[in-house]
Design a binder for this molecule. Structure first.
Ligand SMILES: Cc1cc2nc3c(=O)[nH]c(=O)nc-3n(C[C@H](O)[C@H](O)[C@H](O)COP(=O)(O)OP(=O)(O)OC[C@H]3O[C@@H](n4cnc5c(N)ncnc54)[C@H](O)[C@@H]3O)c2cc1C
Length: 408
């Protein structure tokens, strides 16, 4: 276990500075353009692939950093650059983690490289779980996967929504119901290989923020995939389903397990994205407050402005510490007895929303225009309290974990 320290080590600082350079020189200058275009910023992804930021190697290095801080640090810097472009760069990672977490070694080796492509021909991947009637309530998912034993194929039907990179991905990871009796325990994940007949993009959403990131419906009509596309394989699925049936017979899951370890480990990464956006807006506001003069003096001379900046910075630092704690706990296998991962995502996302709104206020009329980046950052920040579990769902998970009660 790594010794406790509040400082990044030299290698981490080097990576952080390198990422910051890319965010400042490549991402930030492109942000306004891709926000207006509302299109995937392929040239920026390509640039990230050329320098090695858009690659499985880079992601894996950060993921396996023994201190746990590799991923949060990378997320914070990239999202400091711009949230929409950064999500286009890291969105593939969300699908890749789905395969890393549940796939066999062969599946990992076959599919993850195809998710990224290479620097001359970059590809993206999508993770499709949410449905029109199954957002927070994942258990009401309807997309169905049925096993055709004679052909050793799975047949998948349903409609996914809100999929980041949905329809433009080379590889889609789709969660589907394999046993409707078991609620969320009866779900399994499937790889949908490139150009599989029956998968198509539905509507592409026009969004409030993170507009450079592609979000769309994914329609699955009699999509047939080979048995080898079931993540983890049939044997492991059958064992898992048998255990779930036994538990269901014995009276179901205990509420004690409300803080599901996988989500607790992945949510801090979203918290770190929020910290990046909040920090970016705070920095713009601080600079502005020091240079903008009214009543013959910089506006920061007023406590009303200076104290807001003090509060903004305090909240951002507190959010980062919660994110780092949860990330450290995840990598060291600590039990999330107070849903610390959800806590970090809740606090960081609410902080980003608040801080970006304060930044708009400090810039006055300029803050309300697209001449200055805080307007975009404020729109972008609104996503953090919604995806990967809304703030209400984080509170539900925390409250259930703390109390052991089935709070609704
Ligand atoms: C830009 C974007 C990208 C996304 N990317 C992906 C992706 O790549 N893959 C994917 O699978 N999904 C993705 N999502 C989906 C996202 O995770 C869902 O939007 C989110 O889980 C909320 O679901 P919902 O939108 O259906 O809201 P709902 O679940 O309908 O919630 C609506 C409101 O009701 C509240 N609410 C619901 N239940 C309760 C309760 N029990 N107690 C208190 N309040 C409650 C919610 O907090 C929310 O405020 C994305 C969404 C967006 C907007």
């Amino acid at each position: 276990m790594a010794e406790f320290t509040m400082e990044l080590n030299d290698e981490q600082k080097e990576v952080r500075d390198w990422l910051h350079g890319f965010a400042a020189d490549v991402i930030r200058p492109a942000a306004a353009e891709w926000d207006e275009r509302e299109e995937t910023p392929w040239p920026v992804i390509q640039e990230a692939a050329k320098v090695g930021i858009y690659s499985l190697d880079f992601y894996a290095q950060q993921y396996f950093d023994a201190t746990g801080l590799g991923i949060p640090m990378a997320m914070e810097e990239l999202f400091w650059g711009d949230a929409g472009i950064a999500l286009s760069i890291v969105g593939t990672g969300l699908a890749a983690v789905g395969v890393l977490a549940n796939g066999t070694e062969e599946q990992i080796g076959t599919w993850i490289p195809q998710m990224y492509g290479d620097a001359n021909d970059v590809k993206v991947a999508a993770f499709c779980s949410s449905e029109p009637d199954a957002g927070s309530d994942v258990a009401s998912m309807r997309t169905r996967a049925v096993y055709d034993e004679a052909r050793d194929e799975w047949v998948i039907n349903g409609t996914k929504t809100w999929a980041t990179n949905g329809g433009i991905a080379n590889v889609h990871v789709v969660v589907a119901v394999v046993d409707p009796e078991l609620g969320s325990k009866g779900h399994a994940s499937f790889i949908i290989p490139p150009n599989t007949p029956g998968l198509s993009q539905g509507q592409k959403f026009k969004k409030h923020g993170i507009r450079a990131s592609h979000t769309a419906e994914v329609v699955l009509e009699d999509v047939r995939v080979p048995g080898s596309c079931l993540l983890g394989g049939k044997e492991r699925l059958d064992e898992r389903l048998a255990r779930a049936r036994e538990r269901a017979k014995a009276g179901g899951e205990r509420v004690k397990n409300a803080a599901m370890a996988t989500f607790e480990a992945s949510r801090p990464a979203v918290g770190a994205m929020a910290v990046g956006t909040a920090r970016a807006a705070y920095e713009v506001a601080l600079d502005y407050a020091k240079t903008r003069e009214q009543f013959g003096r910089p506006i920061i001379d007023n406590q009303g402005v200076a104290f807001q900046l003090a509060d903004m910075r305090t909240s951002i630092d507190a959010a980062r510490l919660l994110v780092w704690r949860a990330s450290w706990m995840a990598v060291n296998g600590k039990p999330f007895t107070a849903a610390e991962g959800s806590m970090s995502k809740l606090f960081a996302s609410e902080t980003a929303k608040k801080v970006t709104a304060q930044a708009v206020q400090i810039l006055g009329g300029n803050g309300y225009t697209r001449e200055y980046p805080v307007e975009r950052m404020h729109r972008d920040a609104a996503i953090y309290t919604i995806f990967e579990g809304t703030s209400e769902i984080q509170r539900l998970v925390i409250a259930r974990t703390l109390s052991g009660m089935p709070i609704r």
